[in-house]
Design a protein around this ligand. Structure first.
Ligand code: HEM
Length: 237
């Protein structure tokens, strides 16, 4: 009887150790993923700032962007604000300890998305390529604005869990600015596709997989109550 109890305790202790080790590995992977996201966001913010100031857009896009200078500039300024803030909003420590900072950064990002999203929508109508690229960017711009709006209204209604879900989808769309600039060289240099074929593809590839990944993450979140979701769940995307 006593031997059985000892045996059970040893198994429990072993399971507890395994559980802790697994938790640590998960946290390390999340921190690594977040670090990569931050680095790529910083690179794209720097790139966007550079092309905004110099006008050195990718050659095929240059003639159209030169004509729509106001819309593209508004789009880039708003996009920079949203993309620079997005990784910070995912840090749980900042959300818990700096609730005021989270709110103010959130409002600034919303404003950025409103300006950047409306500019993006205008640019989508005249995007390089064909109907596929225009529809791809147009749907993405509408998705960006809609998820921001739904996330904002969820938190105004104190629905924390719904806010987190909409904002994760929204950040997945914000990160399309990063994934677009990973997909495009991949299709051009590795896939050897001509620009005119790659560009309409990228108008969809840059955001649809992001959204699917966000959905997969959301499915794994525990959802017994709004309060639990507010204080638990993954540290980053
Ligand atoms: C997520 C929603 C977004 C949509 C729907 C969108 C849409 C567009 C569209 C339609 C264009 C014009 C492309 C063309 O004329 O063919 C464009 C260009 C551009 N966008 Fe966005 N965009 C989004 C997010 C962002 C963000 C967050 C940034 C942040 C930095 C950004 C930075 C730029 C830049 C720099 C250009 C100029 C083209 C280039 O240099 O690559 N965009 N975007």
């Amino acid at each position: 009887m006593q031997a059985n109890t000892h045996e059970t305790r040893r198994i429990d202790a072993g399971e507890e150790r395994r559980r802790r080790r697994w938790q640590m590995i998960r946290r390390l992977l999340q921190a690594f993923g977040w670090g990569v996201m931050l680095l790529l966001a910083v690179v794209v913010v720097a790139y966007a700032g550079f092309v905004l100031v110099t006008g050195a857009f990718p050659a095929p896009l240059r003639p159209s962007l030169a004509v729509h200078r106001v819309a593209i500039s508004a789009h880039i300024v708003g996009g920079i604000v949203a993309l620079a803030i997005a990784p910070l909003q995912l840090v749980p420590q900042l959300r818990r300890r700096g609730a005021a900072a989270h709110r103010w950064l959130g409002r600034a990002a919303m404003l950025g998305m409103l300006v950047g999203g409306l500019g993006g929508l205008a640019m989508a109508a005249v995007a390089y390529g064909n109907l596929a690229s225009r529809l791809g960017f147009g749907t993405m711009a509408l998705g960006w604005l809609t998820t921001a709006w739904l996330g904002y209204w969820a938190i105004r209604a104190k629905q924390v869990a719904a806010h987190r879900r909409w904002m994760l989808r929204n950040i997945a769309l914000t990160l399309a600015a990063v994934t677009l600039r990973l997909w495009l060289p991949l299709l051009l240099k590795v896939g050897h596709l001509p620009f005119d074929t790659a560009y309409p593809l990228v108008a969809w590839l840059c955001w649809v997989p992001n959204l699917l990944i966000a959905e997969a993450i959301i499915q794994r979140w525990p959802r017994p109550s709004g309060v639990r979701l507010a204080h638990s769940g993954p540290a980053t995307m």
